[in-house]
Design a binder for this molecule. Structure first.
Ligand code: IPE
Ligand code: IPE
Ligand code: MG
Length: 236
């Protein structure tokens, strides 16, 4: 079983368009799927689930779609945080939260504080997240925290940088899933995905259910993770 699953929840718009529905219908159906997949992960013993909900590039969408996504985010936090907490879920939001409206930032802050000691599943939502910015921010924080690094580039190591990355307290993702048929990373967890097993499916996110999750996990279990070694070395 993977410990950490990271998902790009893509295809909401196309799911809706294929059904002659407004894109908004795809987004709200997508929110319902989150609930189902969170439950499925807990049942399967997955300890970390990271979901890409809004990229730093998604601001480029039409203003009405962006505002709909923000309202959905707010509504979901208002309705679901208590239940997540009861279910032992630790909720984390990563990304540049500064650009969000105050009400959303406040809900995120409350959710963080309320659920921070929960241990059954760490659910991380990437919102206004970009992988390149994550790495650059980490580097800036490292230099501020340890000014000697600026004078001695040899001090810039993976180990030195890692604590400043957004997902520093989680194991690296074992399994990456992208729904919706595109085969790209779209500036998701660039650093953290270095040795993650990648799984792409044409299924749109609003149709991605526990059975589809099991397909992805079955594919993952067929993989041999070598981390640069030979098959013989890893016992294949
Ligand atoms: C993913 O679905 C949700 C977000 C990016 C917020 P899309 O909205 O990208 O759906 P498609 O790719 O247009 O079908
Ligand atoms: C990636 O999906 C971001 C999220 C799912 C939140 P996009 O639909 O924005 O990605 P591109 O534009 O097709 O690469
Ligand atoms: Mg898309």
């Amino acid at each position: 079983m993977p410990r950490h699953v990271a998902i790009i929840m893509d295809g909401n718009g196309r799911w809706a368009t294929a059904r002659h529905l407004p894109r908004a219908a795809g987004h709200s159906k997508g929110v319902d799927r989150v609930e189902e997949i969170v439950e499925a992960c807990i049942v399967r013993g997955i300890t970390h689930l990271t979901l890409f909900a809004f990229s730093s590039e998604n601001w480029r969408r039409p203003a009405d779609e962006v505002s709909l996504l923000m309202r959905l985010f707010i509504g979901t936090l208002e309705r679901q945080v208590a239940r997540l907490h009861t279910n032992g879920i630790r909720l984390q939001i990563i990304g540049d939260l500064g650009r969000f409206e105050p009400r959303l930032r406040e809900l995120i802050d409350v959710a963080h504080r309320k659920t921070m000691d929960n241990e059954r599943l760490t659910l991380t939502i990437a919102a206004n997240y970009g992988g390149r910015t994550d790495i650059l921010d980490a580097f800036r924080k490292l230099v501020v925290a340890r000014p000697e690094v600026a004078a001695d580039p040899a001090l810039v190591t993976e180990e030195a940088l890692a604590p400043y990355l957004a997902m520093h307290d989680a194991p690296e993702p074992d399994l990456f899933i992208r729904t919706g048929g595109e085969q790209r990373i779209s500036n998701f967890l660039l650093w953290q995905l270095a040795y993650t097993e990648l799984y792409f499916t044409d299924v749109h996110w609003p149709s991605f259910d526990a059975t589809e999750l099991d397909r992805a996990i079955a594919s993952y279990r067929m993989r041999e993770r070598r981390f640069g070694r030979t098959s013989a070395q890893v016992g294949g």
